[in-house]
Write a protein that binds this ligand. Structure first.
Ligand SMILES: Cc1cc2nc3c(=O)[nH]c(=O)nc-3n(C[C@H](O)[C@H](O)[C@H](O)COP(=O)(O)OP(=O)(O)OC[C@H]3O[C@@H](n4cnc5c(N)ncnc54)[C@H](O)[C@@H]3O)c2cc1C
Length: 350
């Protein structure tokens, strides 16, 4: 019997290539994990401890004093469940590759989420979403290591407490669970979800009013290529700010003052407001401060033009959030995790 491979551990590790925003930072310890068994073999958790996958939603604005667990668990299996198929993917699988594979297998439900960078295991964290679909629509359950009890637990969709770009993993239980596997319930019957305005317009422009799965996925990819920078060419972390969610009265007051502000009604009665519109209306789109800036094609995306530091990024973030606060009275929150910062989503556990 082959000896089980021990987790690979590096001390004083360079983190700059492990985050798509590529800020310079180091971790006291980096542990590369290929299986749940290796995870269990790690010496007692160093504090702080943080697991990452593709690093496309994590920015290291300062050195990390504890252990970064780099998740590289692999494997996908599929099981028929009546008219559906349950697809179980290890947390270190690449999300985009999984979407492509499911399309090839004739399994539908996640085609609108094609080309979202990162790992399967991070997808539940902020309930990834795009073009009218979110992970919560298809997630059946997930398997995670509960750092509190040391046990493997299975959590249902309801137990994940998903919300707009949020879940219990990102809020109340941040740092508690290490997600090892995610199970999706996909369908063999394709039901296009094409009512999201920019997607509908793209399909109409191509004369495709009843898209097949590949046409729908291709339309999403065209939109994404046009609007978002490829992190391999221009370092970024996708949308940097969350769209603020407010109550009806707050939205009505803002719309009276700013009638063009895009506003979406959420099923629970709250309103989601377009942060990109606010940032653009304040003249930030395309502007840079030092080596960081706002992407010219999308006001929600901040980019690292090369060699930027965490301090430079925080200065830009504070300038943008300050001007939005002064004009609209709203506090924008970063969508990615800012490791080493005291910003609202910053991770400062010690
Ligand atoms: C160009 C670009 C476009 C993007 N477009 C979208 C989009 O359309 N929609 C969208 O929702 N997001 C989008 N994102 C954000 C990002 O792709 C997603 O949030 C993705 O799920 C992050 O995966 P990751 O593996 O890179 O996460 P990481 O950055 O490695 O981790 C993100 C968070 O998840 C935690 N985490 C990671 N793995 C695990 C695990 N196994 N168990 C527990 N916690 C874990 C980390 O601790 C961290 O808090 C985009 C990013 C970029 C760069």
């Amino acid at each position: 019997m082959a000896a089980r491979k021990a987790p690979e551990i590096t001390h004083d590790a360079d983190l700059s290539d492990l985050s798509t925003f590529r800020l310079p930072a180091r971790a006291a310890e980096l542990a590369r994990i290929e299986s749940p068994a290796q995870l269990a073999e790690l010496p007692a958790p160093a504090t702080p401890e943080l697991i990452i996958g593709g690093g496309s939603n994590t920015l290291f604005v300062a050195d990390f004093p504890g252990r970064i667990v780099l998740n590289r668990m692999r494997g996908v299996r599929m099981k028929a469940a009546g008219r559906d198929v349950l697809v179980t993917a290890a947390a270190g699988e690449n999300w985009h590759a999984l979407v492509r594979r499911c399309l090839d297998e004739g399994l539908y439900g996640i085609e609108n989420l094609i080309m979202i960078p990162g790992s399967v295991g991070a997808a539940p964290m902020q309930n990834i979403g795009a073009y009218g679909v979110e992970l919560a629509d298809v997630l059946e359950s997930l398997l995670a290591l509960d750092r509190h009890s040391g046990e493997m637990v299975t959590l249902s969709r309801e137990e994940c407490r998903f919300d707009y770009r949020d879940s219990r993993f990102k809020s109340a239980d941040r740092g508690r669970f290490i997600i090892c596997e995610v199970t999706l319930r996909l369908s063999r019957h394709f039901l296009p979800r094409a009512d999201y305005s920019s997607l509908a317009a793209e399909l109409e422009h191509r004369g495709t009013d009843a898209p097949d799965p590949r046409q729908l996925a291709a339309a999403v990819m065209r939109l994404r290529r046009h609007r978002l920078p490829d992190p391999a060419r221009l370092a970024n972390a996708g949308s940097f700010f969350k769209n603020p969610v407010v109550d009806g009265n707050t939205a009505a007051a803002l719309l009276a003052e700013h009638p063009a502000l895009p506003c979406w009604h959420l099923p629970d009665g709250r309103r989601k407001l377009a942060a990109a519109w606010m940032i653009e209306s304040l003249g930030w789109k395309g502007r840079s401060l030092g080596r960081v800036g706002v992407y010219p094609h999308h006001a929600l995306v901040l980019v690292n033009h090369g060699g930027a530091t965490g301090a430079e990024l925080l200065e830009l973030v504070s300038a943008i959030t300050g001007s939005v606060e002064r004009r609209f009275g709203l506090t924008l929150e970063p969508e990615p995790l800012l490791v080493g910062s005291s910003a609202p989503s910053g991770f400062t556990r010690s």
